[in-house]
Design a protein around this ligand. Structure first.
Ligand SMILES: [Zn+2]
Length: 315
């Protein structure tokens, strides 16, 4: 893996994490007056690249003040333990619902190993290291972080996950949105702009909360969103409206599925849906390319909707 990154505005750098394939997942470095924060971490495999980047910029590991995963899904927070070990002055900023999983990662290790198997887990994530709880700040709604001369504000943003924070950076008028403002893979970008994709990943998809969260984010009048998947996008009303629409369309697709064959039907429904949307967006990709680029997400989204339906039925 070779260090790959893109300089954005206002001291923000977007870094390729090499999770699964290039241009699938990124993480961000923010620098202000010699102080550094990392927002999302990639996985353990990403951390050597992060150290290389710091060195290249002439910054010491001691300059890192914060490690800030948006939430504890492993494409966002998998490298946290290694980063905290490498940065002696760093504090971990994490949602209160996510903190215990960073201090004692056994439960996420068991969960992810059950889904992916031990070998794939190692290949994708390496090792998950625990973080000393004395170095953890449980950051809830409105928690403020100071980095150099700038202020970063945490928003509690359920919808994708209950342990999800979005970080508002006043200086660049942008949010670091993790998965909350959707996914936009560069391969799908056309003259119509970025292509929105809503990740209803298991196990905490919450349609009502997500609608409210999107409205809250947009109420700040953000100029750009720093997506984890993948890199920064300019914010448009159309992109936000498409995410709202997808929440409702996912619910409809899930509810239409025959309970006897639920996962398969939801998966087929979503595949069909995004084939149509990609065409309508003017993507030049073939059907096979669309399926290939979205294959991981379509599987996770179908699982997430299945879990959501089961929860609805239980209540
Ligand atoms: Zn993600």
């Amino acid at each position: 893996m070779q260090l790959a990154y893109k300089e954005l505005n206002q001291g923000i750098t977007c870094i390729e994490t090499y999770y699964r394939r290039p241009q699938l997942a990124s993480c961000y470095m923010m620098e202000d007056t010699g102080e550094v924060a990392f927002i999302d971490t990639g996985t353990a495999h990403t951390v050597p690249l992060i150290l290389e980047l710091l060195e290249k910029k002439g910054l010491a590991p001691e300059a890192v003040k914060y490690v800030m995963p948006t939430h504890v899904h492993l494409d966002h927070a998998g490298g946290t333990g290694q980063m905290m070990a490498a940065f002696p002055n760093a504090t971990l900023i994490i949602h209160p619902h996510g903190a215990r999983h960073m201090i004692s990662p056994e439960k996420i290790i068991a969960g992810a190993t059950a889904v992916y198997g031990e070998e794939t887990f190692k290949e994708d994530y390496g090792e998950l290291l625990s973080v000393d709880e004395k170095r953890v700040i449980e950051a809830g709604e409105s928690h403020e972080v100071t980095l150099g001369n700038r202020k970063i504000v945490c928003l509690d943003t359920p919808g994708h996950a209950r342990h999800h924070l979005c970080f508002w950076d006043e200086k660049s008028r942008g949010f670091f949105t993790g998965d909350t403002f959707g996914i936009a893979y560069p391969e799908f970008t056309t003259s119509r702009g970025s292509f929105p994709f809503l990740p209803s990943t298991p196990v905490q998809f919450d349609p009502e909360a997500w609608h409210q969260t999107l409205d809250r984010l947009m109420s700040y009048d953000p100029q750009r969103m720093y997506l984890t998947h993948y890199c920064a996008i300019e914010v448009t009303e159309a992109f936000a409206a498409a995410l709202h629409q997808q929440i409702d369309d996912y619910v409809a697709i899930a509810k239409q599925a025959d309970p006897a064959n639920r996962y398969e039907e939801i998966h087929a429904g979503l595949t069909n849906y995004f084939q149509g949307r990609a065409k309508a967006h003017g993507c030049a990709l073939s059907e096979a390319e669309v399926n290939d680029l979205l294959s991981l997400d379509l599987g996770l989204c179908a699982q997430g909707l299945e879990v959501w339906l089961q929860r609805q039925e239980k209540n």
